[in-house]
Write a protein that binds this ligand. Structure first.
Ligand code: AMP
Length: 280
């Protein structure tokens, strides 16, 4: 694997490969890699000729300074993991390289409707604007034909899909299913901030989604949401920020029970966990 902290040479190499008809996959991450990230690399590796991973903890998408400071960083281990998956290139820029003129780089947020305002958008103001800003910058710097993102961050996936279309980029977005720990807890860099006992109990979030799926045909959406919230909050220390059943395209409430996804955000031991599950 060849590592770069600047993009000039990397983008030249990638452009040449694309011109030769190679499929170039790009996997953006914030590092502290786990099996969830590695599954993205593996999927990209299977489907494409060249895989580029980026590691950049993007300050503009953190609405909480403490969360940014506490975000785990371990580039050395990450490099070893990427090498073991035969990732071809790593792009690990500094904040200065990404934002040479300061964090407000004049990025114009594309108008993609209400989808950035709901759910995570309500609870993490500015998060999606920062995420779109960095994904746009990365896509400007790293020529690619395929973009791989996890369905764990489902709203992010939907927003990036709409953003790529709005910006008329000829990139195909591929959503990789959620990778879970043995307990069912969705893998996340934040899980390592939980005590081992809490990490195990956090699997109740997954169970609440499973129960909702099992009971889906029996109850109305609002009752399912209420039951799931109660189920999660029965675990001492867990507080549900939202548990909602919405249309999987618009993420808005739906009048019928077709194409519904359950999305949830839960606070546990000062750690914010998100998860989701399709109800069909
Ligand atoms: P992050 O480093 O948290 O920004 O995540 C980088 C990419 O990995 C995003 O596209 C995430 O959706 C994806 N990802 C993170 N955790 C998982 C997981 N458990 N399963 C699948 N994809 C994941």
């Amino acid at each position: 694997m060849i590592s770069y902290t600047t993009s000039e040479e990397l983008s030249k190499n990638l452009r040449k490969s694309i011109e030769k008809g190679k499929k170039v996959a790009f996997v953006p991450t914030m590092g502290a890699l786990h099996e969830g990230h590695l599954e993205l690399i593996r999927t990209a590796k299977q489907q494409c000729d060249i895989v580029v991973c980026s590691i950049f903890v993007n300050p503009t998408q953190f609405n909480n300074q403490r969360d940014l400071e506490k975000y785990p960083r371990n580039l050395k281990i990450d490099k070893t993991l990427l090498e073991s998956e035969h990732c071809d290139y790593l792009y690990a820029p500094s904040v200065q390289e990404m934002y040479p003129n300061g964090l407000s780089n004049g990025f114009v947020v594309p108008d993609i409707g209400n989808i950035t305002k709901v759910l995570e958008g309500t609870h993490r103001p500015g998060h999606f604007e920062g995420m779109m800003q960095v994904v746009s910058l990365l896509l400007d710097n790293i020529p690619c034909t395929y973009l791989y993102m996890g369905l764990k961050d489902y709203q992010q996936y939907c927003i990036v899909k709409k953003m790529i279309k709005a910006q008329k980029r000829s990139i195909q977005l591929f959503g990789v299913p959620i990778v879970r720990e043995k307990s069912g807890l969705a893998m996340s860099s934040r899980n390592r901030r939980l005590t081992p006992k809490a990490r195990f109990k956090a699997a109740n979030i997954y169970l609440s989604l499973l129960y909702t799926q099992i009971q889906f045909d029996q109850f109305e959406l609002d009752l399912l949401e209420k039951n799931a919230t109660e189920f999660i909050e029965n675990v001492s220390g867990m507080k549900v920020e939202y548990f909602t059943l919405v249309d999987c395209e618009t993420l808005e409430p739906s009048k019928n029970k077709e194409n519904i996804i359950a999305l949830t955000a839960v606070w546990y031991e000062d750690v914010r966990l998100i998860d989701n599950m399709f109800m069909y």
